[in-house]
Design a protein around this ligand. Structure first.
Ligand code: G1P
Length: 265
């Protein structure tokens, strides 16, 4: 079981697809039923063994430091023994750039990355990935999900070497950011959980803007190689848009009520 000392949460985005809810509140603090989106990501990072969580954000992102302070103030709480540090992403230059902004705060060794927008309910996905990450044979392990062929242009898409293994691993020759449907090598999409060897840092430094004129994490991963997808067992919701948010809220509420009903039996 790989221990991830550092988990990076890129959260500098402005949540434009969630307006007007995000006009004065950070998207990561909007609740899924009763729980802010950020809380799920923090819990998943802690489940994966994080000793340090790096929040890559902007100076003017409201409420996030206050939320962390509240969590820290709770004795016996989630963040006991876990450091939370803030790294600034002054300009929105892409996900690769956001991750690179955390370089100076990362502890030695492989790092985890969680994109909080990609909410995964069920088994904690990053911890599941720690169970299968093999540093001897992989540089990058990335959560993978099959998507509708019409949706490939919204994701990083795997170029698999063969079929997925019984343990859910999908070794890949490459990863392509937001291809046109006719150029997509598969329908396996990267979703927002990554384990990256520390060799990623030098590659990210060299990565030039790609799709959308942004510095893409996908391009750095493709350049580094040693890529494997992982078919996680939880259920993923895209909480970067309103419909995904609503679906996640319904599912989380139902799961919560079912758990309470079972506990009461
Ligand atoms: C980012 C990544 C993309 C990945 C996606 C998962 O895209 O660049 O490779 O498939 O997250 O949600 P974004 O959604 O930020 O455009």
């Amino acid at each position: 079981m790989t221990q991830l000392d550092t988990v990076i949460l890129p959260i500098a985005g402005n949540g434009s697809r969630m307006r007007p809810a995000t006009d004065a509140i950070a998207k990561e603090l909007l609740p899924i039923y009763d729980t802010p989106l950020l809380q799920f990501a923090l819990e998943e990072a802690v489940d994966a063994g994080a000793r340090r969580i790096v929040l890559v954000t902007r100076d003017d992102k409201p409420g996030i430091p206050e939320y962390i302070d509240k969590l820290r103030a709770r004795p016996g709480g989630l963040l006991d023994g876990v450091e939370v540090v803030f790294a600034d992403q002054p300009e929105p230059l892409g996900l690769g750039h956001a991750v690179l902004c955390a370089r100076g705060d990362a502890l030695p060794g492989a790092v985890g990355v969680i994109l909080p927008d990609d909410l995964i309910l069920g088994a904690p996905a990053l911890a599941e990935m720690c169970g299968v990450y093999d540093p001897a044979s992989m540089s990058c392990l990335i959560a993978a999900q099959k998507v509708d062929p019409a949706e490939v242009g919204s994701y990083g898409i795997f170029d698999p070497e063969g079929a997925e293994s019984l343990s859910g691993l999908l070794p890949a020759r490459g990863l392509i950011e937001k291809p046109a449907p006719e150029d997509a090598p598969s329908h396996y999409a990267a979703v927002g959980r990554y384990i990256l060897s520390d060799a990623i840092w030098d590659v990210l430094e060299q990565t030039r803007p790609g799709a959308g004129d942004e510095i893409q994490l996908t391009d750095a991963i493709a350049a580094l190689g040693g890529i494997s997808g992982f078919r996680f067992s939880g259920c993923r919701f895209d909480c970067g848009n309103k419909e995904g948010w609503f679906a996640a809220t319904e599912r989380f509420r139902r799961t919560k009520f079912e758990a309470e009903a079972m506990a009461a039996e």
